[in-house]
Structures are given as structure tokens and as C-alpha cells.
Ligand binder design. Structure first.
Ligand code: PHE
Length: 341
């Protein structure tokens, strides 16, 4: 084959091969194949040496033209590919400034604390001041000062988290009662909210941790009906209903008489449902008249003063209000649950 034919052949295969290239590195390979030191164009240059003096200038020009042509085609195809790649990247990085922004969620109070705030606000409005007792408490203030017998079953390790000899996590906010009596002149009219701990099985109805609000009113002539109207007003305000309430006799060592306080089921209006277990009533608090022995622990003479006390759970109130049927939800921190309130 003459050089001229070779030039035509090489030129057309180079075009075809270039046309088929998808990536820069394939073109780089073509550059080596055609224009490299031992490339096909180089070989043609070598071959020129074997041609006659007359033919050589013309053939030389043709070979050179081929070299210039291929060089420029390779480079321009490389440039086109690079531009395509750049615009592909730009497309991928494109930001749609018209999209609405992502809302960042603001934190807020936990359901329990919202409920607690509401209870505190109502009771403050009724003349109570807030006092906080310690969560880590002595056996004395949690039990003994409250007229628990030394061998009372509630003092058992199975119900109480002891953290040392005579030291425990309070099992109720009643631990605050005698502490307040010791340091306050009469009348005493306080509430003591806070966390309590019990060594119980965790299930839908009970947990090892929960909030209570203690109420304590001591003055020269506090009566059982004072207790009744106060709780009635509190629960009526909380549940925004024309509420019915009843007291059932019950036993707590630190009150005499002691009662359990029930309200008419706010879910079924007393008709009977699964929440009130068909009874029409919901138990909401323990209460009673402060036992003379407890007044004595607090340095108060039961001849000249009397008082009432109550204690109730905050989660339970929230459960009743919102129809929540599992107390564990209060301690699992699922935003899906909490953000509903
Ligand atoms: N401390 C009691 C409890 O935790 C509730 C209570 C408080 C009962 C005050 C009577 C008076 O169950």
C-alpha cells in the first residue's frame, strides 16, 4: 500500500475510533496509538524516508496535515467531553432556590411538665406556695416521721430503692411534709411537686419513676370539708367539667381518716368504659387528715392545729385527659408521641 493510501486509511479509522469514544481516557489511548512516539503517524514519517526526492515534499505535507488534523480533532473532542462533564456536575450540584426551606423543630416542654405546670398554676391561684423536697431522702422523712411502723411492708427493699443505710430514693412526695412543718410557722399551705421512685415492675400501669404533687394545709381549724372543696375545685379546673367526686376510706399511716379520691370517669361520663373498668369512677389521689403523730414529728401540737394532705400522680392525670393507655410512653422519649401535645 502506498503512503497516500495509508494516510487516507489511517485518517478514516482514526475518525471512526474517535467517534466511538465515550471517555477522555479512551481518547488519550488513541493519541498514543496515532500520535505517540511509535504511533501510526510516526511510522508514516519513517516510511517517508523510503520515498523518492520528488514525491517526498508532497507526501511529507500530507503526513503533516494528517498529524495536525488528528491532533486538533483529539483535542477538540477532549474539550467537548470535559465541558459535558462540567455541566453534568453543575446539574448535580444545582440548588433549587425556590424549594421551601426545611423547618427546624423547636424543642418544648415534656407532656408531664406541661401537665405539672398547669396543676401548679391552679393551686397557686388557690393560695398554695410551692416547696421542693429532696429526691434522695432519709428513711426518717420518707417513712418514720410519717408514722410508718418500723416493719411496715412498704419499707421493704422490694418497694423502695435504698442507696445506702437509711438513705433511699423517695417513694412519695409526702417526704416533704415533716421537712416543711419543721421550718415553717402556721398556717402552712404548700404543694410539693416532684419525682418519686418505686421498685416496681415496669408495665402499662406502673413505672419505677413518676411525678407526684403533694398538698399540705395546716392551720388552727382545718377540716375534712376543706380538703373536699379544694380537691373538687382543682379537678374541676383541670378537666373543665361539672365534675363529680367521691371519697372512699383507705389507709395511709400518715393520715387519719385516710381516703382514696375518685372522680366521675371523664372518658365515658360515668357510664362505664375500658378506662374506668366499667365502674364509672377513676381513682386520682390519696388524701386525708394529717395524723397527730405526723404533726408531732413536725413539732406541731395537734391540740391547737389540724391539717389535711393529699398526693396524686401527674402522669395519671395526663393519661386520663388525653386517653393515653401506657405510662411507659412518658419515659421513652419518642418524638412522634411527645410532639402531639
Ligand atoms: N403518699 C401517698 C402515695 O404516694 C399519697 C397520699 C398523700 C395519701 C397524702 C394521703 C395523703 O400513695
Amino acid at each position: 500500500m502506498g503512503i497516500q493510501e495509508s494516510i487516507t486509511k489511517i485518517s478514516s479509522t482514526a475518525q471512526e475510533e474517535l467517534f466511538a469514544c465515550q471517555e477522555a481516557k479512551e481518547i488519550e489511548l488513541l493519541k498514543v496509538k496515532y500520535l505517540g512516539k511509535k504511533g501510526l503517524v510516526g511510522l508514516l514519517m519513517e516510511e517517508l524516508k523510503t520515498t523518492s526526492k520528488e514525491e517526498r515534499p508532497l507526501l511529507g505535507k500530507l503526513v503533516n496535515d494528517l498529524k495536525v488534523l488528528l491532533t486538533s480533532q483529539f483535542e477538540s473532542t477532549l474539550a467537548t467531553l470535559a465541558a459535558k462533564e462540567r455541566s453534568r456536575q453543575l446539574e448535580a450540584e444545582k440548588i433549587d432556590v425556590t424549594l421551601p426551606g426545611r423547618e427546624s423543630a423547636l424543642g418544648k416542654k415534656h407532656l408531664t411538665l406541661m401537665m405539672l405546670d398547669e396543676v401548679i398554676e391552679i393551686l397557686k391561684g388557690m393560695g398554695f406556695t410551692v416547696q421542693y423536697g429532696p429526691e434522695i431522702e432519709s428513711e426518717y422523712y420518707n417513712y418514720d416521721a410519717l408514722n410508718f411502723a418500723p416493719d411496715h411492708p412498704a419499707k421493704d427493699m422490694q418497694d423502695t430503692f435504698y442507696i445506702g443505710p437509711e438513705l433511699l430514693l423517695r417513694t412519695h412526695t409526702s417526704n416533704t411534709q415533716v421537712r416543711v412543718m419543721e421550718k415553717s410557722p402556721l398556717p402552712i399551705r404548700i404543694i410539693a411537686p416532684g419525682k418519686c421512685y418505686r421498685n416496681e415492675d415496669i408495665n402499662a400501669r406502673s413505672h419505677v419513676i413518676f411525678y407526684q404533687v403533694e398538698g399540705l394545709y395546716i392551720d388552727s381549724a382545718v377540716t375534712f370539708s376543706d380538703l373536699l372543696v379544694t380537691l373538687e375545685e382543682l379537678f374541676t379546673k383541670l378537666f373543665h367539667k361539672d365534675l363529680k367526686m367521691r371519697f372512699r376510706p383507705s389507709y395511709f399511716p400518715f393520715v387519719e381518716p385516710g381516703v382514696e379520691v375518685d372522680i366521675h370517669c371523664i372518658i365515658c361520663d360515668g357510664k362505664g368504659c375500658s378506662v374506668c373498668k366499667q365502674s364509672g369512677w377513676l381513682e386520682v389521689a390519696g388524701a386525708g387528715m394529717v395524723h397527730p403523730e405526723v404533726l408531732k414529728s413536725g413539732g406541731i401540737d395537734s391540740e391547737i392545729a389540724s391539717g389535711y394532705a393529699w398526693g396524686f400522680g401527674i402522669e395519671r392525670l395526663a393519661m386520663l385527659r388525653y386517653g393515653i393507655n401506657d405510662i411507659r410512653l412518658f419515659y421513652e422519649n419518642h418524638l412522634g408521641f411527645l410532639s402531639q401535645f
